[in-house]
Ligand binder design. Structure first.
Ligand code: CA
Length: 521
């Protein structure tokens, strides 16, 4: 095969009959590619070219898997995109191979550490943050106001505390609080306050008349969260604005400030200490994906996933709608049949949820994904699940549940960036890795978010928003392993506070967005 770097295409698997264009700005009609295919039309960067004649009804294969069938005859050198690819049926959820893959035990990875805030319950934080939980949206303006005052007036006296964050959200009232699915937003709120970065210092601001009573957020969770701390009086950690002892707004603010100060005193005593990499709990996510996601950033993330798992750490991958169409490739990787079945149960729950809303999976990918070269959700899924590396799947948790095991967990969440992020926070992640092809300034104030670009054009254009350029894999300047190791080291540096992720340096932080599958009343 003749090598002409400008005319390079990426074919992932031997069986593939399409490849993607690497050249920035795309290639014009008539271009002879490195594999001698001549482009029939101009094809943008990241988009697919047919490497062989594909007859109408013929299969289109990428990643060695069928991503769809041709809706018309496509010539060799033709542009393959959402207009000429028919979405295949989703794999059924019965008779799936469960826990059938036998893999040799991966070699343990020892000696890697980071400096984190160890909590008395054993969990480890990567930031030291005072989180102010709220039971209802009504109080959001007040908590924002108080957070500004705390930052100005109190925080300078507590130099070991990194930040103060109001955990505002749109839930709490006007909702069917007893509907079965309401368990999802409620447990999400409870579990977010248990995130290791908050050091167990839970305080709740409520209104008083809301459906979600503040005490619910503390009820079946011991107020004494950590073994070695004194059990606190639950009422001492809840403040309701309608409390009749308050006379005017300033009184409420003073009450919240006094409560915050008690927690700041405790948080200020936290210190970073050397912790093994096994204390990492990393959430993997992608957003604004393009056709490079599945060949550069996501495989590198998958390599880093395997490194963290080998080091004894915990990794979550999520985004049900982007996993659904590749579920047959995941169920064999479950450690046992129970975990395999739990994966299928989460897919079935989401199928049902979408059906109730008369939505279907073709709502994904987004228009931006399509412009980036992704034709449909199958192609997106194949490129997305690569983030999970090659490790066995040890556990499956539902939306808003806490992670239970070390190793690779599937944390079921919608693919929505901010909802997935919120649910991974509730699951207990202490760092998130986010891959993007189209670009997003996404960030979270509670945990560091490392953003990995799938292509060098984005990394250069957004040089101060992107943390790592995985596009070097497409240009041949780095291997998947190189970027995977680079990411692993970057994770340890950011978790230690030695390096700031771009989103934290710039203060780019998204809102918490709860997943509420229950009715709003
Ligand atoms: Ca996403």
């Amino acid at each position: 095969m003749e090598k002409k770097p400008d005319n390079k295409v990426i074919k992932v698997h031997d069986r593939d009959n399409v490849a993607i264009i690497v050249q920035r700005g795309g290639l014009p009609a008539g271009t002879r590619l490195t594999n001698d295919t001549i482009l029939k039309v101009a094809i943008p960067q990241g988009h697919k070219v047919a490497l062989a004649e594909i007859d109408k009804g013929g299969v289109i294969v990428r990643y060695g898997e069928v991503i769809g069938t041709a809706t018309c005859d496509i010539p060799r050198g033709g542009h393959v995109n959402e207009t000429n690819v028919q979405l295949p049926r989703a794999p059924g959820l019965h008779d799936m191979p469960l826990a059938t893959r036998s893999m040799p035990e991966a070699e343990p990875l020892e000696g890697y550490t980071f400096e984190g805030f160890r909590n008395p319950d054993g969990s480890v934080g990567t930031k030291n943050v005072l989180g102010i939980t709220t039971s209802v949206q009504c109080v959001a303006g007040t908590t924002d106001y108080v957070v500004r005052r705390i930052k100005d007036e109190l925080l300078p006296s507590y130099p070991n505390v990194d930040d103060v964050v109001a955990l505002n959200h749109t839930y709490g009232c006007g909702v069917a609080i007893n509907a079965p699915a309401a368990i999802v937003p409620i447990r999400t709120l409870k579990n977010i306050s248990l995130n290791p970065n908050f050091g167990g210092e839970v305080m709740v601001i409520g209104l008083g008349c809301e459906k979600l009573q503040p005490s619910t957020l503390l009820s079946d969770q011991p107020v004494k969260i950590y073994e070695n701390t004194e059990a606190a009086d639950p009422d001492a950690n809840i403040l309701s604005l309608q409390d009749e002892s308050f006379s005017g707004f300033e009184d409420m603010v003073n009450g919240i400030m006094a409560m915050a100060e008690r927690h700041l005193e405790k948080l200020d005593r936290r210190r970073r200490e050397i912790c093994p990499a096994s204390e990492l709990v990393v959430g993997m996510q992608c957003g604004g994906s393009d056709a490079f996601s599945g060949v550069t950033a996501n495989p590198a993330v998958g390599f880093a996933t395997d490194l963290i798992v080998r080091a004894g750490g915990s990794v979550m991958f999520s985004e049900v709608t982007e996993v659904r169409d590749a579920i047959h490739l995941l169920t064999p990787r479950a450690v046992d049949e129970e975990v395999g079945q739990a994966l299928l149960d989460q897919m079935a729950w989401y199928d049902d949820y979408l059906e109730q809303g008369q939505a279907d999976r073709s709502a994904n990918p987004s228009p931006g994904n399509k412009r980036g070269g992704l034709s449909n959700v199958v192609e997106k899924a194949l490129g997305s699940i690569i983030k999970s590396g090659n490790s066995p799947i040890v556990d499956v948790i539902g939306p808003g549940e806490r992670i239970r095991k070390r190793g690779l967990t599937f944390a079921a969440t919608p693919a929505s960036d901010f909802i997935c992020g919120t649910l991974q926070l509730a699951a207990g992640m202490n760092l998130q890795v986010f891959t993007t092809g189209r670009g997003t300034p996404y960030g979270l104030s509670m945990v560091p978010v490392i953003k990995v670009a799938t292509n060098t054009a984005l990394s250069q254009r957004w040089h101060d928003i992107i943390d790592l350029d995985a596009g070097r894999i497409a240009t041949g300047d780095a291997s998947i392993e190189d970027i995977g190791w680079e990411l692993f080291h970057l994770i340890l540096d950011v978790a230690s506070g030695r390096k700031l992720a771009a989103a934290d340096r710039l203060g780019l932080h998204n809102d918490l967005v709860l997943f509420n599958p229950a009715p709003v009343t």
